[in-house]
Design a protein around this ligand. Structure first.
Ligand code: GUN
Length: 290
C-alpha cells in the first residue's frame, strides 16, 4: 500500500481563504494589513521564497513591500532599516529572510524586531510565549505542520512524535508544539540531531516523524516505522543534468522508499512549503488585528 499524500497546497488554500475573509473585514474598518519583507544578498532560493511571499500577499489583499539590500550591507545599516519599519504604521509585520550573510549577527536582528511585528515568531519573547503556551506569534513552518495534522485529522494524542533537526526556525518550535498540553498536542516528543547516536533506532520508534535535517534524502525507508506519518520539511536543490533547470528539488526523506512504508507523507514540493507561506499570511493578519 502506498502512503496517502498530505497535500499542503490543499490545506494552504483553505487557510488562505479564511485569511482573505479576515482581510475583507479589516478593510471595512479601514485597516490594511501590511508586511515588510527584507531580503539581503542574492541567494537564489531566498529570492524565490520572497517573490512568492509578495505574490501571496497580493492575492489576499495584504499590502507588502520587499526591501532588497546588497550582500555587503553593514549591521548598522540593517538595524536602521529595522528601526524604521518598527515604527512605520503601514507595516504590521516584518520578516527578515533567512539565511543572512555570515558577517551579520542574526540574533541581534531578531532581537531588534518589535515582538508585536515579529510575524516569523523568532523573537525570544514569542519563542518564550510558545514554550509557556501563551498567546503570541508561532514560527510559520511548524505552525503549518500542525495545520496539516488538523486538516487530515491526524491526532497526536499519546503518539510518539520524533523531530529530526534542532534549528531555531523548525526543530525547536516544532518540538514544543507537539507536546503542548492541549487537544492538538499531547504527543510524547523526542528531538534528534547530528550528535544523536543511532538515529535510525529512534526514528524507527516514531509514529509521527518530522524531518528538518537539512540533508537531502537523509531518511531512508528502513528508518521509518511501518504505518508512520512522515512530514518532510526539506527543500534541497540537487544537481540533475536531465532536469530542465539543471537541478531538481528533493526533501530530506527518500520519498520513493518512504512512500512504501509510511501511512501518510508530505511530498516535496507541495507539502510543507505552501503551509509556511499560508501561516505567514495568518500571522500578518493577526498582527494587524492587534
Ligand atoms: N528561511 C527559511 N524559512 C524561513 C522562515 O520561515 N522565515 C524566514 N524569515 N526565513 C526563512
Amino acid at each position: 500500500m502506498k502512503a496517502m499524500l498530505l497535500n499542503g497546497n490543499e490545506v494552504a488554500k483553505e487557510v488562505k481563504n479564511s485569511v482573505k475573509k479576515d482581510v475583507e473585514i479589516l478593510r471595512k474598518e479601514n485597516i490594511y494589513p501590511g508586511l515588510a519583507v527584507v531580503l539581503v544578498g542574492n541567494d537564489p532560493a531566498s529570492k524565490v521564497y520572497v517573490r512568492n511571499k509578495g505574490k501571496n500577499c497580493e492575492k489576499l489583499g495584504i499590502f507588502s513591500q520587499t526591501f532588497e539590500l546588497p550582500e555587503d550591507i553593514s549591521q548598522k545599516e540593517l538595524n536602521t532599516l529595522i528601526d524604521k519599519l518598527n515604527y512605520d504604521p503601514k507595516f504590521h509585520g516584518i520578516l527578515v529572510q533567512m539565511p543572512l550573510p555570515k558577517h551579520l549577527n542574526v540574533s541581534e536582528i531578531i532581537h531588534r524586531i518589535r515582538p508585536e511585528k515579529d510575524v516569523d515568531g523568532f523573537h525570544p519573547e514569542n519563542m518564550g510565549r510558545l514554550v509557556l503556551d501563551e498567546e503570541g506569534f508561532r514560527p510559520c513552518t511548524p505552525a503549518g505542520i500542525m495545520e496539516i495534522f488538523r486538516y487530515y485529522q491526524i491526532s497526536l494524542e499519546g503518539k510518539h512524535a520524533v523531530v529530526v533537526g534542532r534549528s531555531n526556525i523548525v526543530g525547536k518550535p516544532m518540538l514544543n508544539m507537539l507536546y503542548q498540553k492541549k487537544p492538538e498536542g499531547n504527543a510524547t516528543a523526542t528531538i534528534c540531531h547530528t550528535r544523536t547516536k543511532d538515529i535510525a533506532a529512534i526514528t524507527r520508534m516514531a509514529d509521527i516523524l518530522i524531518v528538518a535535517a537539512g540533508t537531502p534524502e537523509f531518511i531512508t525507508g528502513d528508518m521509518i516505522k511501518p504505518g508512520a506519518v512522515v512530514v518532510d520539511v526539506g527543500m534541497n536543490r540537487v544537481d540533475d543534468p536531465r532536469a530542465e533547470k539543471g537541478y531538481r528539488l528533493t526533501g530530506d526523506v527518500k520519498f520513493d522508499e518512504a512512500v512504501d512504508v509510511a501511512s501518510a507523507i508530505t511530498p516535496v514540493p507541495g507539502g510543507v512549503g505552501p503551509m509556511t507561506i499560508a501561516m505567514l499570511m495568518v500571522n500578518t493578519v493577526k498582527a494587524a488585528k492587534y
